[in-house]
Design a protein around this ligand. Structure first.
Ligand code: ADP
Length: 880
């Protein structure tokens, strides 16, 4: 086999050189006369060729011009299945019957005949039926002329290749290619269909998404509408019953009114909770970043909840750990909401003991802090099995219909979502029957440029003083201990009131007496009042300054304590600043009775009538009534208009400080009115100070809030407006205005007088008396005549210098100086209620600003000088 292969390989190479094409290219081969050795060599070569040609796969046949076979190789013998001898001299067609499209090829179309006819080369494929086997043959016939003899010999050389296998492979290939194509097409079709289905699904999803978004929008707007629709009548219910309660009612009527009021409040809380929860679920709750003082915010919360806590006999206290930064930035309303919720729960689920709101520092970076808030109670506690579920919505420990405590089970779920929205976490530790601690962390930014140290006035008076704290609540003792220590006091604590007198006596004996004692009112064995009586009736102890701390705000108690000899009477939870003021007052000078009563009035939140100029724009007569009455009962004066247009007309004439603006009003709504106000203020010749616009609307959603702020309003109160919220808002803006030095502490003065007020100026000029707001001046000096005299003297001494400077500026027409000096005189005069001078100076300032010098300027100056002279005399009279 190996041997054969070698031979085949060698012959193959040889055969390659013997390409029969040369016969076509050189059809006229001339054979030369040869020598015997050459003949021998030729024979040998022919022999080799014979062998070689017999070894190739192709069958080769040589015919003469008549088509009779002259020579053929072995492959041809094998192909036709005949002996060589039986082939030579025969015609080719009977030996090799060829078919074309199943039809036998006739003799005149046989390849030999065709090559003869063409005198060239013909190549074609045929089917051949031999020994019942069908083969496909590739037949190439070549016409050859041999000029060896004369006449020249014509031959046809035929090569035959069996390409059946090749064809079959090709067919198979084609078939599999076709199959593959079919499969590819099928797959492509499937993919196209899948794609179409996906597109369809996508389209359906988009429609579903759009529908969901639409329905979400519809839900939000439904919520907003419902919220508005529910809040508007609720405003009337809560507001009017609130006012009704303050009137003279008999016991039964009061009971009815209280019930309506409480139910209204409860219903409103419920609505707010559901609304908040829906907003959180819809990811529509947005945080607001504002500056705030965390310590006073916490104290405020304890203040708000002190009444419900005390009415259950529970103590409430705040503990702000020392070194915790106070001035922060974040969403204080949401933080307040969380703490109110947790503290409310703590009070609700506690029957005795105390509720503490504790704030401490978790971690601190240069510009930010993480604070830890804990609301700790000594209430019923929560079984461990329920603890993990409580932050889920609508979950309550006792969900039975007979349960003792009301509620929706939404509060904690809202707290959790809000805490997480602010970037913190909330946790619970509780033991059944012992109490619960709900604690959470929240990160805040620090306020830039705000020192984080306490700058409290008067601390220096307390340094090193000895103080004894007496309270049966260890928590309260602990809180007071830290607060007093932080002011540099030397603090001792007693929880047994019966130990107090021996302790005070011992301290005197040792030469280290206590200067102050803070006594709790409600203590077992010996209460604070009895203890106070004993101390004050003791000759040795009577000089100890006593301050009473109480969670019972009894009427008449303040006066009684004063009579016993207490220096002050403070309601718990005592604000740190309030305690500090009280101690400083007690130490630096024992306050008179009036001051104590005044202070106590403060704790009962009866405020002095404010000087703020407030305008209310509200179309609903009921809401007008509610708001006006609330404002009056808070001590504010207010003017009322029924729509935005009326507000704009009035604002042209009167410089109000604050406008409470209803948003939805006929003719001109609150949004448009606010925009118009801001446009007016932006005009270069606008005269009045910037107005504070507070929206009052029953739409409580974030978008409504944004819409208000976008239209130029400063703040937002949602209806129904609670009196306390209104008071807090007005207090806040009052403070801002006073910090800015704006008008609210300037009583009854038109800072810049509109034209319609010129007649008033004429009155001032014609009046020989100086115009002074005595009530304001008295209030400012707290009835202290010496101080009043001091003020007026200082005024009359310092002013002439400025009047002179103003005169010079007027004569030289230096308008900037005119404006500057007149402004100074106006400010100083209005600050102490010298309204006449302030009004004239204000007009001069305005003239300076407008670079005008009207004729009556000298008259103004003369009147101002005359008034100042009169004030000098008045100051002397007060002293006599
Ligand atoms: P609500 O108080 O309106 O039912 P919350 O979500 O605020 O809803 O509270 C869920 C439940 O968690 C309450 O019903 C109560 O069973 C339990 N819970 C909350 N706070 C306290 C607490 N301080 N002490 C005991 N149980 C509490």
């Amino acid at each position: 086999m190996l041997k054969n292969k070698t031979i085949n390989g060698a012959l193959g190479q040889h055969f390659d050189h013997l390409n029969l094409d040369f016969l076509v290219d050189n059809p006229k081969i001339i054979f030369m006369e040869s020598t015997p050795s050459q003949i021998q060599e030729l024979r040998s070569t022919l022999g080799k060729m014979e062998i070689a040609l017999g070894a190739v796969d192709s069958a080769i046949v040589w015919t003469n011009a008549e088509g009779l076979i002259q020579w053929c190789n072995k492959s041809f013998d094998r192909l036709v299945g005949k002996l060589h001898i039986m082939i030579l001299g025969k015609e080719l067609p009977p030996l090799l019957p060829l078919h074309y499209d199943d039809i036998l090829v006739p003799a005149d179309k046989y390849p030999v005949a065709l090559a003869m006819e063409k005198k060239g080369k013909i190549s074609e494929c045929y089917e051949c039926y031999l020994s019942e086997k069908v083969s496909i043959l590739e037949v190439t016939s070549t016409y050859v002329e041999i000029e060896l003899n004369e006449p020249k010999e014509i031959s046809i050389v035929i090569t035959i290749n069996d390409i059946t296998e090749q064809q079959r492979a090709q067919i198979l290939l084609q078939q599999s290619k076709a199959e593959l194509e079919k499969r590819v097409n099928l797959r492509t079709q499937e993919l196209v269909e899948l794609n179409e289905r996906l597109n369809q699904q996508n389209y359906e999803l988009q429609i579903a998404k759009q529908t969901a978004e639409d329905s979400n929008k519809a839900k939000s707007s439904f919520l907003a509408t419902m919220s508005h629709e529910i809040r508007t009548p609720m405003n009337a219910v809560i507001g009017m019953t609130g006012l009704l309660i303050e009137t003279n009612l008999d016991a039964q009527q009061r009971d009815f009114a209280d019930t309506i009021h409480n139910s209204g409040e409860h219903l409103l809380n419920l609505i707010n909770e559901i609304l908040d929860f829906s907003k959180l679920e819809a990811h529509e709750m947005q945080l607001e970043i504002l500056d705030f003082d965390i310590e006073s915010s916490i104290e405020e919360i304890a203040d708000i909840l002190a009444k419900p806590a005390h009415s259950k006999g529970i103590e409430i206290a705040t503990f702000f750990h020392p070194n915790t930064p106070k001035y922060l930035q974040g969403d204080i309303s949401r933080l307040r909401q969380i703490l109110l919720n947790l503290t409310n729960n703590a009070i609700k689920f506690t029957e005795q003991g105390e509720v503490i709101i504790e704030v401490s520092l978790e971690s601190e970076l240069e510009n930010s802090v993480v604070l830890r808030f804990a609301v700790i109670d000594t209430g019923i506690g929560i079984p461990e099995s329920s603890q993990s579920k409580l932050f889920q919505p609508f979950i309550q420990v006792d969900a039975s219909t007979t349960r003792q405590y009301g509620g929706t089970g939404l509060g904690l779920a809202i707290c959790k979502q809000l805490v997480e929205l602010m970037g913190g976490e909330i946790h619970l530790e509780s033991e059944e029957g012992k109490g619960s601690t709900f604690w959470f962390t929240v990160p805040f930014q620090k306020q830039i440029n705000k020192s984080h140290k306490n700058h409290s006035l008067g601390i220096e008076h307390l340094q090193g003083l000895k103080v004894l704290v007496v309270d049966d609540s260890i928590t309260n003792c602990n809180i007071l201990y830290h607060q007093l220590k932080s002011w540099g006091m030397v603090v001792d604590v007693l929880i047994q009131s019966t130990d107090v007198i021996p302790c005070l006596l011992r301290a005197i004996e040792m030469g280290q007496p206590y200067q102050v004692a803070l006594l709790d009112m409600q203590m077992p064995d010996l209460d604070g009042e009895q203890l106070g009586i004993q101390i004050k009736s003791s000759k040795i102890l009577k000089d100890v300054h006593l301050t009473m701390l109480t969670s019972l705000d009894q009427s008449g108690a303040a006066r009684r304590m004063l009579e016993i000899g207490f220096a002050d009477y403070l309601c718990k939870p005592v604000r740190k600043a309030r305690l500090l003021n009280s101690l400083v007052d007690t130490i630096a000078g024992t306050p008179d009775e009036q001051t104590i009563i005044k202070e106590n009035l403060k704790t009962k939140e009866i405020r002095p009538a404010s000087k703020l100029r407030i305008l209310l724009a509200e179309d609903s007569p009921i809401n007008q009534k509610v708001a006006v009455n609330q404002l009056h009962s808070l001590g504010f004066k207010v003017d009322v208009v029924a729509n935005g247009q009326e507000a704009l007309d009035l604002l042209e004439k009167v410089p109000y400080d604050i406008i409470l603006m209803d948003c939805q009003m006929p003719i001109f709504d609150g949004y448009n009115a606010s925009r118009q106000i801001r446009d007016r203020e932006a005009a270069p010749n606008y005269k009045f100070p910037k107005l504070i616009i507070i929206a009052m609307t029953a739409n409580a959603m974030q978008e409504d809030r944004d819409r208000c702020l976008d239209s130029g309003m400063d703040d937002f109160l949602s209806k129904p407006v609670r009196k306390e919220d209104l008071a807090r808002k007005l207090d806040y803006w009052n403070q801002i205005l006073s910090e800015k030095g704006d008008v609210n502490f300037v009583p009854n003065i038109e800072i810049l007088l509109p034209k319609s007020y010129t007649s008033e100026v004429d009155d001032i000029l014609n009046d020989s008396e100086v115009e002074i707001d005595w009530q304001y001046l008295d209030e400012m000096c707290s009835g202290n005549n010496e101080f009043k005299q001091e003020l007026l003297q200082a005024y009359s001494i310092s002013m002439p210098e400025h009047v002179e400077a103003l005169e010079i500026a007027i004569s030289t027409k230096e308008y900037i100086n005119i404006e500057h000096e007149a402004h100074f005189i106006k400010g100083s005069s209005s600050a102490i209620g010298i309204t006449g001078v302030a009004k004239l100076a204000s007009l001069l300032e305005e003239n300076g600003k407008n670079k005008k010098m009207p004729e009556n300027t000298p008259i103004f100056l003369k009147k101002i000088s005359k008034d100042i002279e009169q004030i000098k005399n008045l100051a002397q009279e007060i002293g006599t």
